[in-house]
Design a protein around this ligand. Structure first.
Ligand SMILES: Nc1nc2c(ncn2[C@@H]2O[C@H](COP(=O)(O)OP(=O)(O)OP(=O)(O)O)[C@@H](O)[C@H]2O)c(=O)[nH]1
Ligand SMILES: [Mg+2]
Length: 270
């Protein structure tokens, strides 16, 4: 019997830790060690794991939730963009058990460059379609019904245009309030949100897939992608273009030019 490992990914402050906190709380598991913060700077600095058991039919299944470091847009965060990305890459490479599902977390509203680049680097380049992705759209507390955002065709078109591929969209909210009356309403919405995420985990998880056993595995993948692009376009200068695209993405995520160059070289992007 395998363990299901669910990776929670997204830009800083989108609600990754909140999802885990309320998932655990809903199972009466102590979640006090999980930091949730409204400050402008990132608050999760290390990838941490949390686990619980769900009963499916007669079988108990273990689910491990993995909270990750959010990639930030600027270097104002306590963890700079380059460090966060390096830590995240290291975590993926070092992970021997693999992953069953990715929950990509975004806040409701316009798709930001930050979310698009995080998705592109993380899901397209690193995960490379090997693991199913579900999108969790947070901050939907003002919507009735909760899935109004995903029912809006314009949003689906925007996701498509921005290259997002996913199995499902879960609109949710983990809003809190110090006003008891308001928080009672939010608590109801949080419970509904958790129930949807719970169901999606069970529905879409697959046996854990291991991504890369070594940095050279990653290098091979990128080279393969590069070669097929070259073949397809019959162009020699594509190498430069791919490098530039990746570098631009890293710059948007708040890396300075030097860190982006080091990271690209260090991880063997070329
Ligand atoms: N209104 C509203 N606030 C939310 C929601 N989800 C999270 N928040 C708030 O957004 C802030 C950031 O949430 P976190 O769960 O810490 O976000 P994170 O993605 O783990 O952030 P980092 O660890 O810094 O990358 C906190 O103040 C949360 O209470 C939501 O659905 N609605
Ligand atoms: Mg966090």
């Amino acid at each position: 019997m395998y363990t299901n490992r669910v990776l929670i990914v997204g830009s800083t402050g989108t609600g990754k830790s909140s999802i885990i906190k309320y998932l655990l709380e809903s199972k009466n598991i102590d979640s006090s060690s999980i930091e949730v913060s409204s400050s402008a700077i990132g608050c999760t600095f290390e990838s941490s794991t949390y686990d619980y058991i769900v009963r499916k039919g007669d079988i108990d299944e273990q689910i491990i939730l993995i909270d990750t470091i959010g990639l930030n847009e600027t270097n104002d965060g306590k963890v700079s963009g380059s460090k966060a990305l390096t830590k995240l890459c290291d975590f993926i490479y070092d992970n021997k058990e693999g992953f069953s599902l990715i929950i990509f977390v975004m806040k409701k509203g316009r798709i930001t460059n930050e979310s698009r680049n995080t998705y592109d680097i993380f899901v397209n380049m690193i995960i490379d379609g090997k693991i199913p992705v579900i999108l969790a759209i947070t901050s939907c507390e003002d919507d009735e019904p909760l899935d109004t955002w995903s029912n809006n065709r314009d949003n689906i078109i925007a996701l498509e245009k921005n290259g997002f591929k996913y199995k499902d969209i879960i609109c949710c909210s983990f809003a809190m309030s110090n006003n008891k009356r308001l928080d009672d309403i939010y608590a109801d919405i949080r419970a509904k949100s958790i129930s949807c995420i719970d169901d999606a985990i069970i529905k879409y998880k697959i046996p854990p897939q291991h991504l890369y056993t070594s940095h050279s595995g990653m290098l091979l993948l990128i080279k393969k992608a590069w070669n097929s692009c070259c073949r397809f376009l019959g162009a020699d200068n594509i190498k430069f273009n791919i490098n530039e695209k990746l570098k631009n993405m890293l710059l948007t995520l708040g890396l300075d030019e030097k860190s982006a160059d080091i990271l690209i070289t260090e991880y063997g992007f070329f």
